[in-house]
Design a protein around this ligand. Sequence first.
Ligand SMILES: Cc1cc2nc3c(=O)[nH]c(=O)nc-3n(C[C@H](O)[C@H](O)[C@H](O)COP(=O)(O)O)c2cc1C
Length: 180
Amino acid sequence: MQCQIIYSSKYGSTKLISQWIGEKLLHHEIQNEIISSQKATLCNESNHIVLISPVYSGKALKEFTSFITENQTLLLKKSLSIVCVAMQKERCFNNQGILNIISEFTQLHKNIIHQEVLLGEMIYSNMTKEDQTSLYSFYTKIMKFEDEKLKEKLESTSLLNKKSVWELASIIIKNIKKGN
Ligand SMILES: Cc1cc2nc3c(=O)[nH]c(=O)nc-3n(C[C@H](O)[C@H](O)[C@H](O)COP(=O)(O)O)c2cc1C
């Protein structure tokens, strides 16, 4: 196993993106394992780890950050690509890149060879009532969207783009082939 792709996903879009990355790696004969962070065990043979989480309210999923915290020592021996999945790329970056979303990565800073935000999707009918309510409050109380804008934001939207995912996978492949 050359690479492990470890993901968290609440509604499936990050899982699908992980599968697309794995597919492209395999086209380039890079053996990989795609596994949920809740079940993942880091294996000795894999030098490169792709860690991928969706963004919820400006943060990675709890199960994902727990995985990083619990596996910090082993992750320090690996080279890492970090990917976030979100609906708005710009809001995910600050002067530390996307590390503000996953502050648990501070210790692993020097192991990260690539970081990227990919676009996901929001399908309202799939969401829990709690998530629907939380989004509605965010749009009305914080963003203060009204009428048309609110209606537009409450439409289900898919920004998933396999081409962008494969472009990212090509960068990962180059890094793995360079021995990173
Ligand atoms: C309750 C809720 C909060 C969200 N918060 C953010 C956010 O802060 N920033 C963002 O860009 N996207 C946000 N999103 C969009 C998700 O990141 C996006 O839907 C992602 O594709 C979900 O991945 P998953 O299907 O793997 O769970 C939020 C979605 C929900 C339902």
